[in-house]
Design a protein around this ligand. Structure first.
Ligand SMILES: CC(C)(COP(=O)(O)OP(=O)(O)OC[C@H]1O[C@@H](n2cnc3c(N)ncnc32)[C@H](O)[C@@H]1OP(=O)(O)O)[C@@H](O)C(=O)NCCC(=O)NCCS
Length: 168
């Protein structure tokens, strides 16, 4: 999976992305809204990458993707589809370095990942799960067309869904 958008390159993550993953998982926004992964070295990040979803590409046809700017190929964030044990369909997840939020990179990459999921993989429905107080994430999901549903996943989270027929 390699997608190029107007400003971004989106591709599968690899062990070589460990330095970026170490940096991103240690940002205050990642820790607050996604969780503290307790990564303090490149080796921790390499292990995390293996369990995070590198094995998901073969197993599920999707997984986490790394987002880079076309201009200088710097990694700026991640956006991907994740298989959760308790959900029949994948969920969309995203996280960007704070210095690269507010440029529309998250929405640009999320649209591409949704297109890939709905049109290439033919997934009928994609979920998204976010904390009650994650206003930026909720705003992004609403711009993408996600609608909140009544499903309870975890305490403090809201579950959203987007159906293929309402996206196309
Ligand atoms: C959630 C998160 C990905 C949202 O990132 P974001 O940059 O705010 O999202 P968008 O791509 O939609 O960017 C929107 C902003 O870019 C601005 N923007 C600038 N240029 C733009 C362009 N060309 N196209 C679209 N928007 C643009 C918009 O005006 C908007 O700003 P505003 O919200 O102040 O009005 C980010 O806050 C993040 O990584 N948070 C930490 C991790 C996290 O919470 N992940 C979600 C877990 S469920």
């Amino acid at each position: 999976m390699n997608i190029t958008t107007t400003r971004l390159k989106i591709s599968q993550v690899s062990i070589a992305d460990a330095p970026f993953i170490l940096k991103m998982t240690n940002t205050s926004t990642f820790k607050r809204f996604i969780g503290d992964r307790n990564l303090s070295s490149i080796s921790d990040a390499e292990k995390y990458l293996l369990s995070w979803g590198i094995d998901s590409y073969e197993k599920n046809g999707f997984g986490p993707y790394i987002v880079r700017t076309i201009m200088d190929e710097s990694p700026v964030g991640t956006c991907g589809l994740f298989k959760r044990d308790r959900l029949n369909y994948p969920d969309l997840g995203f996280a960007f370095l704070p210095e690269y939020t507010g440029f529309g990179y998250a929405i640009e990459s999320a649209r591409s990942v949704l297109n890939y999921g709905f049109n290439t993989l033919k997934i009928p429905l994609i979920y998204a799960i976010t904390n009650h107080d994650n206003d930026r994430s909720k705003k992004l999901l609403s711009k993408l067309g996600f609608a909140e549903i009544s499903m309870v996943y975890d305490a403090n989270t809201k579950v959203f869904e987007l159906k293929r027929e309402s996206y196309i």
